[in-house]
Design a protein. Structure first.
Length: 289
């Protein structure tokens, strides 16, 4: 029963690793991948010598850092609230509603955001801002507002999935702990602080470590499709993934694109090792390995 899954994992995740060699070559498809000229780290040098290298690296790290912190806190908070819903029907209903955005394609999400922020007919400019006595805003040309917009869209779309993971961890806690705490007169907040949070800490640690491993990779759909690839927004919406995609589509530079992908993977792997070492040093039982 495990063989199909292992086969898929090998074909989809491990077999493409042979393509890492593209990052170190000047690809010429007439010669083929293996016969193309070897250029060492020139593709990496080109990637980091561009004037936008600092901007895209900064944006990638700051966005993902905010996503990790805010996403974890909000997901845990919502999971605790859902755990307090004792009616089975409503509990499942709320879980389904919260998880629904995670299942929606980012293309559809981009159109929903457009319907909300369109300069002429968007809901914000047509109904909300006039109600507050404010002038319409040209959302798709104001780069300063998009860090907040993208963060809200990401949280709305992904918190539901993380919430279900934390809820499963909370449900697995032995209820006798809470019964003993209630007999001792512990308030609900005290129970959350002294029982719930400590017992789901291993789950929080694992989820955080996995997220840190992807801190140099971004949700391409979120940063490319939601801002509609607007050039005016690129100072605050451009990340490594979108920058490489534009470079690939404009210049057809497969070597530089592969170098960027390898750079993201190696740095992400190093961050996982480093963070896991810190966790292991503090509490060996919470570390992944």
């Amino acid at each position: 029963m495990v063989v199909p899954g292992m086969l898929y994992l090998f074909i989809n995740n491990y077999l493409p690793m042979f393509g890492i060699v593209i990052a170190f070559k000047d690809i010429n498809f007439a010669k083929g991948i293996w016969q193309s000229d070897w250029i060492g780290f020139d593709n990496f040098a080109y990637l980091f010598q561009t004037q936008d290298a600092w901007v895209i690296t900064r944006n990638t790290i700051l966005y993902n850092g905010a996503f990790i912190i805010l996403g974890t806190v909000i997901a845990i908070f919502v999971a605790i609230l859902l755990n307090e819903v004792k009616n089975r029907f409503f509990s499942r209903l709320y879980q389904s509603i919260i998880l629904l955005p995670y299942l929606i394609s980012m293309v559809i999400v981009a159109y929903l955001v457009l319907a909300l922020l369109n300069e002429e007919n968007g809901y914000m400019n047509r109904y909300v801002l006039p109600l507050l006595g404010l002038d319409p805003v040209s959302w798709y040309s104001d780069a300063g507002k998009w860090p907040y917009i993208l963060t809200l869209v990401h949280l709305w779309k992904t918190v539901g999935y993380s919430c279900i993971v934390y809820l499963a961890a909370i449900v697995g806690i032995n209820q006798e702990y809470y019964e003993s705490a209630m007999l001792d007169g512990a308030s609900k907040w005290r129970q959350i602080r002294s029982i719930t949070i400590p017992l789901i800490t291993p789950t929080i640690t694992i989820m955080t470590l996995l997220a840190i491993g992807r801190i140099f990779s971004s949700d391409f759909g979120l940063f490319y499709q939601v801002p509609l690839n607007s050039g005016a927004l690129q100072p605050t919406t451009d990340v490594i993934d979108t920058y490489v995609y534009r470079g690939l589509m404009t210049f057809g530079d497969f070597g530089m694109s592969s170098a960027a992908g390898l750079y993201q993977s190696v740095v992400g792997f190093a961050l996982v090792l480093f963070t896991n070492a810190l966790v292991r040093r503090k509490n060996r039982d919470l570390a992944l390995f």
